[in-house]
Ligand binder design. Structure first.
Ligand code: NAD
Ligand code: LMR
Length: 364
């Protein structure tokens, strides 16, 4: 039996987490042989609701769950963690633009970056789900000077999954039979869902199977604004699909993507001419606990203009939160190439994360 790993989930009493936590606990993220200790983080006002969620986890009697602890601040909640699923943030409501969220949520991620820097395992992998995810991720990383920028990702996997699912529906093929879809840039209406490298059933170019006008005028805006479309119909921000995407992202990052291209919001190392130092969604392949950007894809003029537009938006968002980006981390975030890292560290036994809600790791 493997040693348990510690996973922090913020916003653990919210909608996405209500789906995500049960999938993690069932072993869908790190595998059916990987025990977990869940360190659930919320704001003080949500601690009662969080206790109710923890009770439900306990009631599932998941064999892989070796412990659950509840925290009202990240400095306790992130102690010794190997994985951080940063979901907690204010979601967008009907009619609200993502940019409106920028200031409110930026402060949360500055504090969480400091907490990760201080108390997380040195090999922690952190995924930002809370919006605006790319810029929150930048703030997080810049506030964690002792951690590598490649340890942080912004979630664009939901956009990637949407791009694959909606294309599958259009072509009448199983989404699993489509490979090479990717999403570039920001998790926002400027993102660029790129089908030029996608293959259907291994040998047919997806772009040749669809009408250019449909691709540019219907499909692309649909993927870009799918979050708003869900809010419009459901009255709430996407939750189960976001949880599935977060799980897909972390599973592939930790265990590998089996050679498949996936989209991840990662620190730009200047590949494809994208400005260094921003968290931009690239096509990547994951292996041995790390990711590599897929290089040398041919980008046509249309693609280049789409990629520039979303890059521009990220640079503007970066300028808007400049006061939350410590100068000391500026150079390291721009000089670095994303390098391959070894997998997770071994379980660091003997960590005291305060009072546990639940404990099932005794050996009898
Ligand atoms: P929700 O309102 O149901 O839950 C958010 C939870 O976060 C709440 O319980 C709240 O108390 C908690 N929270 C707020 N500030 C916190 C903090 N500082 N520390 C810990 N917890 C905190 O929202 P949701 O539907 O679960 O969505 C969460 C976030 O995910 C939103 O920002 C939403 O826009 C974003 N989202 C991102 C994607 C993506 O693809 N990247 C997709 C869907 C939703
Ligand atoms: C989504 O893409 O579903 C989320 O980011 C929600 C939103 O605000 O668009």
């Amino acid at each position: 039996m493997k040693q348990p790993v510690r996973i922090a989930v913020t916003g653990a009493a919210g909608n996405i987490s209500y789906s995500l936590l049960f999938k993690i606990a069932a072993g869908e993220m790190l595998g059916p042989d990987q025990p977990v200790i869940l360190q659930l983080v919320e704001i003080p006002q949500a601690m009662d609701k969080l206790r109710g969620v923890a009770m439900e986890l306990e009631d599932c009697a998941f064999p892989l769950v070796h412990g659950i602890s509840l925290h009202d601040n990240p400095f306790d909640g992130f102690r010794g963690i190997h994985y951080a699923m940063l979901v907690g943030a204010r979601p967008r409501s009907k009619g609200m633009e993502r940019a409106d969220l920028l200031e409110a949520n930026a402060v949360i991620f500055a504090e969480q970056g400091k907490a990760l820097n201080e108390v997380a395992n040195r090999d922690v992998k952190a995924l930002v789900v809370g919006n605006p995810a790319n810029t929150n991720c930048l703030i997080l990383s810049r506030n964690a000077p002792d951690l590598a920028p490649s340890q942080f990702c912004a979630m664009t996997r939901l956009d990637h999954n949407r791009a694959q699912g909606i294309l599958g529906n259009k072509l009448g093929v199983n989404p699993a039979d489509i490979e090479g879809v990717c999403v570039w840039g920001n998790h926002s209406p400027t993102m660029y869902p790129d089908l030029h490298h996608a293959q259907v059933l291994g040998d047919e170019a997806a772009i040749d199977m669809i009408d250019e006008q449909w691709y540019k005028e219907e499909y692309t805006p649909r993927i870009q604004k799918r979050g708003a479309e869900i809010i419009e119909w459901r009255g709430l921000s996407s939750a189960a699909s976001a949880a599935q995407a977060a799980l897909d992202h972390m599973r592939d990052w930790a265990l590998g993507s089996d050679g498949r291209i996936v989209s991840m919001g990662i620190i730009s190392d200047g590949s494809y001419g994208v400005a260094k130092g921003i968290y931009y969604s690239f096509p990547v392949v994951c292996e041995f606990g790390s990711y590599q950007i897929v290089q040398s894809l041919h980008i046509n003029d249309y693609g280049q203009s789409m990629m520039k537009k979303t890059e521009q938006e990220l640079l503007e968002e970066k300028a808007a939160v400049d006061h939350l980006l410590p100068e000391e981390t500026a150079a390291s975030r721009e000089a670095l190439r994303t390098s391959s890292r070894s997998g997770q560290t071994e379980f660091d036994a003997g960590i005291d994360t305060g009072e546990s809600y639940y404990r099932a790791d005794r050996i009898c």
